[in-house]
Write a protein that binds this ligand. Structure first.
Ligand code: LCS
Length: 395
C-alpha cells in the first residue's frame, strides 16, 4: 500500500469531498437540480459528444451523487463506483450489463429474496439461466460453470442464514475461467470486508443499510473497474434509469463519515448478543461468524476486518411459534425488515424478506422456516440482551 494513503477512518470522512464550484461550503452541497445550463449550443454539443467534461442532466451525472461515488470507490478500494436508486437497482443493472439471452449465472443459493426472484423471474423470462450452489463449498461453484456462464454471483455473509463465502477462492475461480465475479457486500460494508481486495471483480451494495446507517434512505452502489463502471453508466444506468437522487446521495455521504465508528459498535454489540443467545436455553442455534461454533468462523476471521459485522440469525427451540411470540413481545428491538440502522431490527425471513421463495425453495436455499434475523443496533448491549431475554422468557 502507498504510505501516503490515509487510514480507512480518515478516508470515510475526506474522500470525495473536493469543494467543487462552491468553495465556501464545508460539506458537499446538495445539487438538487434535474439539469445543467450550457454556456452556448456548441458547449452543449461538446458535452453530449464527450469532448468536454461537465454535467448535462442528473440521470447522466450529478456533483452530489459523484461525491458519493468517489467516496465509495475509495472505501471499497475500487477504481470507480456508480450509485443507484436502490440496492436492487444496482444488482439488476450489473446483471443487465453482463448478461444476454442464452447466458448462464452461477449463484450461491442463499441470497436476498428479491435478488433470488430477479434471477428466477425476470431474468429467466429474458432467457437467462441460473444454477444455485452451496457457496460454502467452492468446488460446487467451479463444477456448475458451463461454457455460457458469464457471472458468478455471491453474497457474504448470506442473507439471512449468515453462510460465509471464501472471497479469495471465489475470485480465483472467476479469474481462472474468465468469468466476472460479483459480490454483494451489504451485510458487512467496506468497514468490515472488502471483496475487491480478495480478487472479486465487482461489489454491489444496498446502500440503504450500513452505508446510510440511519434507516432513512434507499440507495444502491456498484464498485468495480473504471471501464466496467463507465459501461454501466452508459447502458444500464443511463438507459434503464434507476438513478439516486441528490438528496439521498447527500444522506449517504453524511452516513459514510461515521461508518467506521458505527461498524465498531455494531461488531462488538453483535458479538456480545450472539454469545448471550448461544448460551440461552430457549435458543437452539445461532448463526454468527464471530462464534467459534460457526462453520465460517476461521474463514471470516481471515477475510473480515475488526469484527464480524452486526447481523445474527438464530433459531428457537420452540420453532416458528416461539419465534412469532418473540417478535410480538420485544419492546426495544424494532419489528421491521431492513438492517444496518442505529436501532436493533428483528424480523422473520421466511414470511418477510424471503417470502418470494416457496417452502421448497426456502429449504433448498438453506433458510430454516423458524429462523429469526437480528440486525444488532448501536444501543447499549445490555439493553438489547434484556429485551431479548425477557421476551423469550415471557416476562
Ligand atoms: N442485497 C442485500 C444483501 C439486501 O439485504 C438487500 C435488501 C438488497 C440487496 C436490496 O437492497 P434495496 O433495494 O432494498 O436497497 N434487504 C432487505 C432486508 O433484508 N430487509 O429489507 C430489505
Amino acid at each position: 500500500m502507498d504510505d501516503s494513503r490515509k487510514h480507512f477512518d480518515t478516508r470515510a470522512i475526506h474522500s470525495g469531498e473536493s469543494p467543487g464550484p462552491d468553495p465556501g461550503s464545508h460539506v458537499v452541497p446538495i445539487y438538487q437540480t434535474s439539469t445543467f445550463i450550457f454556456d452556448n449550443a456548441a458547449q452543449g454539443a461538446r458535452r453530449f459528444a464527450g469532448e468536454e467534461p461537465g454535467y448535462i442532466y442528473t440521470r447522466l451525472g450529478n456533483p452530489t451523487v459523484r461525491a458519493l461515488e468517489e467516496k465509495m470507490a475509495d472505501l471499497e478500494n475500487g477504481e470507480d463506483a456508480v450509485a443507484f436508486g436502490s440496492g436492487m437497482g444496482a444488482i439488476s443493472a450489473v446483471f443487465l450489463q453482463l448478461l444476454s439471452a442464452g447466458d448462464h449465472v452461477v449463484s450461491i443459493k442463499t441470497i436476498y429474496g428479491c435478488t433470488y426472484s430477479l434471477l428466477t423471474g425476470l431474468l429467466k423470462r429474458m432467457g437467462i439461466e441460473v444454477t444455485f450452489v452451496d457457496g460454502t463449498d467452492i468446488s460446487q461453484v467451479r463444477d456448475a460453470i458451463k461454457p455460457n456462464t458469464r457471472v458468478l454471483y455471491g453474497e457474504t455473509p448470506a442473507n439471512p442464514n449468515m453462510a460465509v463465502l471464501d472471497l479469495e477462492a471465489f475470485g480465483r475461480v472467476g479469474r481462472e475461467r474468465g468469468i466476472t465475479t460479483v459480490v454483494d457486500n451489504t451485510f458487512m460494508s467496506p468497514a468490515v470486508q472488502r471483496p475487491l481486495d480478495w480478487g472479486v471483480d465487482v461489489v454491489v451494495h444496498s446502500a440503504t443499510k450500513y452505508l446510510g446507517g440511519h434507516g432513512d434512505v434507499i440507495g444502491g452502489i456498484m464498485v468495480g473497474s473504471s471501464e466496467f463502471v463507465s459501461q454501466v453508466k452508459e447502458d444500464a444506468l443511463k438507459d434503464v434509469g434507476a438513478v439516486l437522487g441528490p438528496f439521498d446521495a447527500w444522506l449517504l455521504i453524511r452516513g459514510l463519515k461515521t461508518l467506521p465508528l458505527r461498524a465498531e459498535r455494531h461488531n462488538t454489540n453483535a458479538q456480545v448478543v450472539a454469545e448471550f443467545l448461544e448460551n440461552h436455553p430457549a435458543v437452539s442455534r445461532v448463526h454468527y461468524p464471530g462464534l467459534a461454533s460457526h462453520p465460517g468462523h476461521e474463514l471470516s476471521k481471515r477475510q473480515s476486518i475488526g469484527g464480524f459485522g452486526g447481523m445474527i440469525a438464530f433459531e428457537l427451540s420452540g420453532g416458528l411459534q416461539a419465534g412469532r411470540n418473540l417478535l410480538d413481545s420485544v419492546k426495544l428491538c424494532t419489528l421491521a425488515v431492513s438492517l444496518g440502522a442505529c436501532d436493533t431490527l428483528i424480523q422473520h425471513p421466511a414470511s418477510m424478506t424471503h417470502s418470494s421463495l416457496d417452502e421448497a425453495q426456502l429449504l433448498a436455499a438453506g433458510v430454516h422456516p423458524g429462523l429469526i434475523r437480528l440486525s444488532v443496533g448501536l444501543e447499549h448491549p445490555d439493553d438489547i440482551i434484556y429485551d431479548l431475554r425477557t421476551s423469550m422468557e415471557g416476562a
